[in-house]
Design a protein around this ligand. Structure first.
Ligand code: ATP
Length: 586
C-alpha cells in the first residue's frame, strides 16, 4: 500500500515573448502550478480535472518526478512523499505512469505486447512463464482487448488497432505488474462511452483492492465521474477544490456556485474553472477561499499526520541477463517484422545494387576500368552507407517506446542498448550479403569476403551513427537533415573527391573523423592490391593506383578494425546519451 502526498508544489517557467506594445522581446515568468497540495491513500482514486491548459498533466508529471527542475528558466519547489518519505528512485518500481500519447512497438499483436510486458515486469524468480502469461491474458481480458488480441499495433505500412484500443493497450501494459501507485494521464480520451465506463470501473475495482490511483481527466461523463473517490479541480495551476468527490457539489454551493439540478457536476465544475470563456468563477477568490474552508483545513491536517504503512518492494528484480534475453527476443522480431527497419531497406539495397551491378558489368583492366573500379567503390562506401538515413524515423518511434518503458522502470539502459545492437546485426548482415553478391560478382571485383565484411561493418557503424542522431534530435526531419549533412561532409573528406594529400590542412580532421575514409580505403586496398597489371601507361598495376590515392601500405585489417571500433564507440555514446538525458523528464 502506498499513500502519496504532495505539498506546496509550485512550478514557474520563464517564457520569451514579444511585447504587444513595444514589439521588443521580453522574458516573463509563468506560474504553471501554484502551491498545490494533496494526498491520496491506498484504495482511493483521485480525478484531477480542469480545463485544457489548467496544469493537469504538469501536476501528474510533478507527482511522478517527471519534471526536470534543473533546466534553464525553471523553478520547481515543493515535496512529494510516498508513505511519508520523500519520493526516491524506488518510485518507478512501485508506480506506473500511463501517458497520454501511446508509445508501443508497432509490429506486435496485443497478445505479444502483453506477454513481453509481463516477461519484463514480473520478476522471474517469483513466477513461472505460465503464471506471467496468465497474468497478461487476464489483464487483456479485463480491459476488453480479447477480440483484438491477434491484431497488431500498426504503423504507416499496416493498419492495426483503433485509437481507443491503443489507449486500452497502453493502460494494460502498465497494469501487468499490479503497481501500488497508478498515474494515468487522460485514460478515457479517445474511448467510446462503454469502453470509458468499463475501464473506469476496472480502475475503481483496482483501487478497492488497495492501489492508489490518480487520473487526470478532461471532461468526465457522469458514469465515469461516479467512480472517483476524490476530486481536484485545477484552473491556471491553482487548486479550486480538493476533497471527496461526492462533497464537491455541496462545497461549491457553499461557495455560492450552486450546481443546476439537471447538470452533470463535472461539466458544471469545468465551466466554473475555464477562464477562456464567459461564465467562469472568480478563480482567485475560490483558490484563496479553499484554504480557509473545512475541506482545505482537513487536507492540511491529513498532510501533517504520520503514515504507518510501508511500500513492499520486491527484492527480486529481473537481472541484466534476463532483461537482455527478453529485450533481444523482442528486438529481433521487431526488426524482422517492421518493414521500415528491414524489408523496405532490403528492397532499396537490392534495387540500387542491381543498378550498380549492371552499370559496372564485368570490369576489365583497361585505363577507364581503373576509374570505374574506384568510382564504384566510392559509391558503395558513400551511398550504401548514406541510405541508413532511411531508418531514422523508425528509431525516433522506438525512442518514444524506450522513454516510456525506461521512465516506468522496465529495464536497465545497457540491456536495452546491447539487445538493440546485437539484434540489428542479422538484418544488416543479410543486407550486406545480398548487396555484395549483387555488386561483386557482376562487376568482377576481387575478394568477396573482405568486401562483404567491409560493407557489413560500414552499415553497422552507419546504423550506430543513426542511433546517436535519433537520440539527440527533437524530430526525425531534423535528424534526416543532420544525418544527410554529416554524411555529405564525410563523403567529401573520405579521400576520393580529393586525395588525402590534397585535402587542405584545415580540413584534414574531416578525413580522420569520417569512418567513410577507413571503409573506402579498405575497399580500395582489397580491390587493387591483388591486380597485377593494368593496360595503362600511368598505372601499370593495382599498387600504383593505391600509391596515387596515397593508400599503399595500409593493411585492410587495420581499417576494418577502425570501422568496427567506430561502431562500438558510437553505441557507447548512444547508451550514455540515453542513460543521462532520456529519463522521461520534461
Ligand atoms: N515547460 C513549459 N514551458 C512553458 N509552458 C509550459 C511548460 N510546461 C507546461 N506549460 C504550460 O502550462 C500549461 C499547463 O499545461 P498542461 O499540459 O499541464 O495542461 P493540461 O491541463 O494537462 O491541458 P490538456 O488538458 O490540454 O492536456 C499550458 O499552458 C502549457 O503550455
Amino acid at each position: 500500500p502506498a499513500t502519496i502526498a504532495w505539498k506546496d508544489l509550485t512550478y514557474d517557467v520563464k517564457l520569451t515573448r514579444s511585447n504587444p506594445q513595444t514589439g521588443k522581446k521580453e522574458t516573463i515568468d509563468k506560474r504553471i502550478l501554484d502551491g498545490l497540495s494533496g494526498i491520496v491513500r491506498p484504495g482511493e482514486m483521485l480525478a484531477i480535472c480542469g480545463p485544457s491548459g489548467g496544469g493537469k498533466t504538469t501536476l501528474l508529471d510533478a507527482i511522478a518526478g517527471r519534471i526536470d527542475p534543473h533546466r534553464k528558466g525553471r523553478k520547481f519547489t515543493g515535496d512529494v512523499l510516498v508513505n511519508g518519505k520523500p519520493r526516491d528512485e524506488t518510485f518507478s518500481m512501485v508506480a506506473s505512469y500511463v501517458q497520454q500519447e501511446h508509445a508501443l512497438q508497432t509490429p506486435f499483436t496485443v497478445r505479444e505486447t502483453m506477454r513481453y510486458a509481463a516477461d519484463l515486469l514480473i520478476p522471474h524468480a517469483e513466477s513461472t512463464q505460465a503464471e506471467r502469461r496468465a497474468r497478461a491474458d487476464n489483464v487483456t481480458h479485463v480491459l476488453g482487448l480479447d477480440s483484438c488480441s491477434n491484431t497488431i499495433v500498426g504503423d504507416v505500412f499496416r493498419k492495426g488497432l483503433s485509437g481507443g484500443q491503443l489507449r486500452r493497450l497502453s493502460i494494460a501494459v502498465e497494469l501487468v505488474r499490479n503497481p501500488s501507485i497508478l498515474l494515468l494521464d487522460e485514460p478515457t480520451s479517445g474511448l467510446d462511452s462503454a469502453a470509458a465506463e468499463n475501464i473506469m470501473k476496472h480502475l475503481s475495482h483496482l483501487a478497492k483492492t488497495g492501489t492508489t490511483i490518480i487520473c487526470t481527466i478532461h471532461q468526465p461523463p457522469s458514469e465515469v465521474w461516479a467512480n472517483f473517490d476524490k476530486f481536484l479541480l485545477l484552473s491556471r495551476g491553482k487548486c479550486l477544490y480538493f476533497g471527496a468527490a461526492n462533497n464537491a457539489v455541496d462545497y461549491f454551493e457553499r461557495m455560492e456556485y450552486p450546481c443546476p439540478g439537471q447538470s452533470n457536476p463535472a461539466d458544471f465544475f469545468l465551466r466554473l474553472a475555464n477562464t477562456d470563456f464567459e461564465g467562469h468563477a472568480d478563480i482567485e477568490a475560490l483558490a484563496k477561499g479553499f484554504k480557509t474552508q473545512p475541506e482545505g483545513m482537513a487536507l492540511s491536517s491529513a498532510l501533517s499526520k504520520p503514515i504507518d504503512h510501508d511500500v513492499h518492494i520486491s527484492k527480486h528484480r529481473n537481472g541484466f541477463m534476463t532483461q537482455l534475453l527478453i529485450l533481444s527476443h523482442r528486438a529481433f522480431f521487431n526488426n524482422a517484422r517492421n518493414p521500415g527497419i528491414f524489408l523496405v531497406r532490403l528492397i532499396m539495397y537490392i534495387l540500387l545494387c542491381l543498378m550498380i551491378g549492371f552499370m559496372f558489368w564485368d570490369l576489365g583492366t583497361g585505363p577507364t576500368d581503373i576509374n570505374s573500379r574506384v568510382s564504384l567503390l566510392f559509391f558503395v562506401a558513400a551511398f550504401l552507407v548514406f541510405m541508413s538515413v532511411a531508418v531514422l524515423p523508425f528509431f525516433i518511434v522506438e525512442r518514444a517506446v524506450f522513454l516510456r518503458e525506461r521512465a516506468n522502470g522496465w529495464y536497465m539502459v545497457p540491456a536495452y542498448v546491447l539487445a538493440s545492437f546485437l539484434m540489428s546485426l542479422p538484418g544488416l548482415f543479410i543486407i550486406a550479403l545480398v548487396s555484395s553478391i549483387l555488386v561483386v560478382f557482376p562487376a568482377g571485383l576481387n575478394n568477396f569476403g573482405v568486401f562483404l565484411l567491409d560493407l557489413f561493418l560500414s552499415l553497422v557503424t552507419a546504423e550506430a551513427f543513426m542511433c546517436v542522431i535519433a537520440s539527440v534530435v527533437p524530430h526525425y526531419i531534423i535528424g534526416i537533415a543532420l544525418g544527410a549533412a554529416v554524411y555529405g561532409f564525410f563523403m567529401l573528406c573520405e579521400g576520393f573527391m580529393k586525395i588525402k594529400d590534397d585535402i587542405p590542412d584545415w580540413f584534414i580532421w574531416g578525413y580522420y573523423i569520417a569512418f567513410h575514409s577507413y571503409s573506402f580505403r579498405a575497399f580500395m586496398v582489397n580491390e587493387f592490391d591483388s591486380i597485377p597489371t593494368f593496360t595503362s601507361p600511368q598505372f601499370p598495376d593495382g599498387k600504383s593506383v593505391l600509391a596515387f590515392y596515397n593508400m599503399n601500405d595500409k593493411p585492410v585489417w587495420k581499417d576494418l578494425l577502425v570501422v568496427g571500433s567506430y561502431a562500438i564507440a558510437l553505441q557507447i555514446i548512444f547508451g550514455t546519451i540515453l542513460q543521462v538525458f532520456h529519463k522521461g523528464k520534461r
